[in-house]
Design a protein around this ligand. Sequence first.
Ligand code: NOJ
Length: 511
Amino acid sequence: MRAKWLNDAVFYEIYPQSFRDTNADGIGDINGIVEKLDYIRSLGCNALWINPCFDSPFKDAGYDVRDYKKVAPRYGCNNDLYRLFGEAHKRGMRVLLDLVPGHTSEEHPWFRQSQTDAENPFADRYVWTDHWFRGFPGLPYIGGESQRSGCYILNFFKCQPALNYGFLNPTLPWQQGIDDPGPLATRAAIKDVMRFWLDHGCDGFRVDMAGSLVKLDDADKTGTCAVWRDITAMLDAEYPEAAMVAEWSDPRLSLRCGYDADFVLNHVGNGYSTLLRDYESGADNSYFRRDGDGDINRFLSDYLPQYEDAKGRGYMSLITCNHDTVRPRYNLGPEELKLAYAFLFTMPGAPFLYYGDEIGMRYLPLPTKEGGYFRTGSRTPMQWDGTANLGFSEGRADSLYLPVDPAPDAPTVAAQEADPDSLLNTVRAVLALRHREADLQADGAFEPVCTRKGEPFVYRRGALLLAVNPAGETRYADVDIGDREPIFTLGRMDAANGRLAMGAQSFAVLK
Ligand code: NOJ
């Protein structure tokens, strides 16, 4: 692992469009992030992940990059971002940018040149077939739009042509090997982008679709891993503290090719989804529902083998939510969220808090914006206080990037600051505890102690014993706490004669 600082890192994810607008144009900006650094630090978050803030036509909210080295004018300029790095570092905070290595915007100058018929240095920068209407089965492609007689392969939306990292076993004339000149030039170009931002003070990257680089015959990801090993070897040599966090959700692979952490994402049916978002079938059996029929084993059976494998290699990052996911407030109330976050923030690995989840911002059903579709509802402006636009912007309400939550009881930071029992202050208390107790940090050992359905979930972190009971009634576990004393509780807990009694909706840390 390069980034040893991740052991005590807690991340705050910022969707820059919606965080804080300082120039009243209705959209968030980099200066808005600088303005709120003390707030973020006060939560106990000491690291940021900022969604792509680079020049883009914004057909996919910035995941369609037009210039990797230029801050999108709507967010400010490069100097603003350099200042953000400096201001964050002054406060002991780190900043991850979002690296999108698998595709660019169709408006990127590399792609514009790649599309032409003339010989040019970018001809092999993207994956092109050699026939004007033949693509390749299993790969989404576009034909008929370019001067060049070929089809180009897509990585995600239509606006996102796939960069060419080569094929593991090329069989057709248009396919190149991963170490051929075209794919090597792509790799060099991405390294150049990384060096550019690291040299200006960024502390690493969250990497978009990290598993997507090599196409087709790379089911076991041998090719993609080889490319990442080469890129991360550059970091090992030149930026020995740079953090790489993969959007891959396959730590068995990512952590073996130089990543420091990988997200545990909410793919339907996986263990993480059963914690907060188990409502796809109609009934809601999310573990943290007060009235749910939760079973922690559905999470553990997925998580534990990956955690065991990851030990000593890197981290699995648990998230409250992200910009692609329905906010947890959609189906969980503030009391349920307190327990969910207490659990997520006392688990191993480097956790991520999505902006606004600390106050329980709602998921707002809204029409799609910038390729957001259902995700748009989780991307609305941060709710700071009771002033116009809930303190997000001094601009006109109809100029806002997305509308603010119109509910009269929309949660705000200001209201929750004043309430010691608020979700916001609970997040602060749990994160302060995490920073105080080394056993609760990323490297601290984790071991389930009581996992029986219908009983509190009891787990060990190093020498600490933790218990959580999401149910709306007292639940008991046959666990001897020895001479441990509670050092943190939410709700009621009692222990006597080898029996732990956890009151309705409770959480406890015993030392
Ligand atoms: C994953 C990102 O999180 C998502 O927002 C984006 O649309 C796709 N990758 C494509 O870049």
